[in-house]
Write a protein that binds this ligand. Structure first.
Ligand SMILES: Cc1ncc(COP(=O)(O)O)c(C=O)c1O
Length: 458
């Protein structure tokens, strides 16, 4: 089809049920062949029964009264919800006339999933793609990018060395034929997550408890996903948004920087598209808790079921749906419920960005580092990871002093990449974010028009 314009509007990603029956049928058939362009219409949290893909964690597992609802991202084309911002950014660039198949090369700075999404979308839309990412990420990620025909440009280090990726990106920006899909900077990422992920989170929560959302919890990488919190707050102003960080790289918490094991998050910066106005809390999570938590829910389910007196296979529905950051998010959601005293009937929503398929090597590494885990060790780890929460790990960032600290971090960082103080100043007002969000109607209208013209021409 050679254009992302062929794909869905924002409205159609949130509500794929509005697509024609014929497109829906072709999209469903396309799931058998990843590279069928009709998969663009599968960029949605919804399945073919129009249900938001999610799970409700069993209370026996969480140990809290509040409902912990997890949106499941691994069913998105390319295996993670990061394909959504990749598509939206490419699409908006095409609609703005900045790029054209056959003329432009797409550049995806990433730590993995966004890069996978960029390579995938570029392949479907007919563009060559270069993914810039650190050399120390899980091997499954590089393989996916190569499978989609993406070229890799690797920078030294791992997850928390994204700054080197951004610096390398500057080099590509010098050639006008290159289009950088800058997930940390460009607002389609905000728009996709606020409108599509936020709207889907609200829809999923309707079926549980009081039908509202008391808290939205997510570990930011680009902080795109966190934008869902803005949509949730628009519907439920009392809702709180909690951003999770690796204890080993506590940038939002206390300007800390370090290396860690939670791929996709904790990138040593306050990203440009992070609306810090609506982030209420920051919580630290130990990176190895997430790796061990994944081991418990992926490989040690029988042990966990027995320890929780659950019937055999009661947790099987959770197998495969979490990556490391997904475990970080559920652990953070449970601890948020515990520390904020959220009770029965209240809903906490979080997200599993990708599934286990891209982390077997990480659990193999755990086995090498830790050796065999005895039942006593597993019981101790379970208790610590899923049942304990320390108030010292939760920082309230609602006050003016904390907001100022986050704004200052953002300014110091992004002025180095050419952003003006005036632009950064404008981001300190909620109206900036409402204005960006408000563009969705016009973008969808332009898109629908362009798609009609394209259809007439083919
Ligand atoms: C596995 C994983 N989890 C979480 C995130 C963070 O999502 P966001 O960039 O929307 O903050 C990413 C981002 O790439 C990711 O790959």
């Amino acid at each position: 089809m050679n254009s992302s314009i062929f794909g869905p509007t924002y409205q159609e990603m949130l509500h794929p049920e509005v697509l024609t029956a014929s497109i829906r049928k072709q999209a469903e058939a396309a799931r058998a062949n990843e590279l069928d362009p009709y998969n663009l219409f599968n960029i949605s949290w919804k399945d073919f029964d129009n249900k938001v893909r999610h799970v409700l964690l069993p209370r026996e597992l969480t140990g809290v009264e509040a409902n912990i609802i997890v949106l499941v991202g691994r069913e998105f084309p390319s295996g993670s919800h990061k394909v959504g911002p990749a598509y939206s950014t490419l699409l908006e660039s095409e609609l703005a006339g900045e790029i054209q198949p056959g003329e432009s090369t797409i550049i995806g700075p990433s730590t993995g999933n966004f890069g996978i999404g960029v390579a995938y979308i570029s392949k479907l839309a007919g563009y060559p793609a270069v993914v810039i990412m650190p050399e120390g990420m899980s091997s499954e990620r590089y393989q996916r990018i190569r499978n989609y025909g993406g070229q890799l440009d690797l920078t030294p280090g791992s997850e928390s060395d994204v700054i080197l990726v951004l610096e390398r990106t500057e080099h590509y920006k010098k050639d006008s034929r290159n289009k950088v899909l800058a997930q940390f900077e460009l607002l389609p990422n905000y728009r996709f997550h606020r409108f599509v992920s936020g709207g889907s989170a609200l829809e999923a929560a309707k079926a549980y408890g009081n039908g509202g959302v008391a808290a939205f919890v997510a570990a930011p990488g680009s902080a795109g996903t966190l934008a869902a919190g803005d949509e949730i707050k628009a519907a439920f102003p009392e809702a709180v948004v909690c951003a999770l960080e690796p204890r080993e790289c506590s940038t939002l918490f206390n300007n800390g920087r370090g290396t860690h094991r939670i791929e996709g998050i904790g990138d040593k910066m306050v990203t440009l598209i992070h609306n810090v106005l609506t982030t209420d809390y920051v919580m630290l999570i130990h990176d190895d808790d997430c790796v061990l938590g994944l081991e418990l829910l992926q490989h040690q389910q029988k042990f966990v079921e027995a320890a929780l007196h659950l019937r055999a296979n009661a947790l099987q529905f959770l197998r495969g749906i979490f990556g490391i950051s997904g475990i970080c998010n559920i652990v953070g959601a449970i601890r948020t419920a515990r520390l904020l005293g959220l009770g029965a009937g209240e809903n906490v929503v979080t997200i599993a960005t990708d599934g286990f398929d891209r982390y077997p090597s990480v659990l193999e590494d755990l086995a090498q580092r830790r050796g065999p885990l005895t039942e006593t060790m597993l019981a101790g780890e379970f208790e610590r990871i899923f049942r304990t929460a320390s108030a010292a790990d939760l920082l309230d960032v609602r006050g003016p002093q904390e907001k100022q600290r986050l704004f200052s971090y953002k300014e110091n960082f992004w002025t180095k990449f050419g952003y003006s103080l005036a632009y950064l100043e404008s981001m300190k007002s909620q109206s900036f974010w409402e204005n960006e969000y408000g563009k969705i109607g016009d973008i969808d209208a332009t898109h629908t028009h362009a798609r009609r013209i394209m259809a007439l021409a083919t």
